[in-house]
Design a protein around this ligand. Sequence first.
Ligand SMILES: [Zn+2]
Length: 429
Amino acid sequence: MPFERGRAPQSLQGGWERHLTGSCHGHRLGRTGQGTERSVTPQALKAEAARAIDAVSPDLIDLSRALHADPERSGQEHRASARLIASLRAHGFEVETPLAGLPTAFVAKVRGRRPGPAIGLVAEYDALPEVGHGCAHNLIAAGHLGAAVGVKEVLGALPGELWLFGTPSEEDGAGKVELVKASAFSSVDACLMFHPYTETILLRRDLALSEMEFTFFGRSAHSAVDPWRGRNALDGVLLTHAAVNSLRQYVKPEARIHGIVTHGGDSTNVVCERAATRFVIRAFDEAYLRELHQRVLDCARGAALASGTRLEALERERLPGTRFNRALEDVVRGNLLALGTPPRENASCYGSTDFGALSRCVPASWFFVGTHPEGTPWHSAEAAGLSVSERAHQGMLLGAKAIAWTAIDLLTSPELVAAVNAEFRQASS
Ligand SMILES: [Zn+2]
């Protein structure tokens, strides 16, 4: 169940963290390894991991293609999850599934030479209705499997653990919020993830999000014989859209408000008794998001008054923006540069992600890798078609290596883990 689904919204008062009931990162703070063993340099370990990723790259590309050919919607990623789990077990990972009551979530673990920091990698694998893998989560899934295989190759020489989280329902349902609430990430020291896009970007600011569902209840009657006895619930929906369309011209440029009609009646002969619509509201600033949330709710309330219908309003989902960890981002930057791909930095992007919730509970880095040509419309059939191109798979392998190398940097440097944790604690206080 997504965060706060089913509760009547009033406003987004206060910070979002107070809504979480799961315990966040913390109890392993300070438990770090003792440095690289067998006196192998991090550079040598990274080269070995990269070789391991290249060696399995045909399998990773096959997996990416298989996921792409069989897209599954959020929360229904049963075959994708099973394929990933089978691959992880074949590579010697211990897999626990389901996780936090989510049937398509899992965590796969492998241990190093002795206790040390636990590094989490985060995979997604859901697709979009209509357009399939238009967000290229097939590349995320196969890429993070590759990263995990690369790190495992060298983990026998290192202290610590590697955990790969299978996180469903990114597009709809905010699976990571459920996992955070169930404390799934509380035992890892840092989490890493890359996402495909049209360019390689680090420190991308994303939008906090609130998703609202408005259901209008009218009164049925014959549409021609006695329509005056009816109250049209569809009018509530249509008037809400008209009011939001007017509101949209007077919001800050970065704000986004967009909606769909999910139910609009069943018969033209019957005055519509029930109609429903959903809106997503997004803004960088969480206080401004709360203000917009209230104004969109007022649009729906006004529509109910005008149409003589009754409104039920629910908040389906709420996501914060992603919190950066500069110490971790510096390491990612260094690895992207070493791989010959300088990232664009400090970009604004108008998307949102449930990784934002994760980043509030554990030190985390989330970056984009250029897998698609510039100008490709995202979440489109065109993007989906390009999610299995040669370029896409080259980008996937680059992302896998950047993730694996960053994990190796963390596993070989107690000082780095301490710095990442210190910054996280300061940001949380
Ligand atoms: Zn995505």
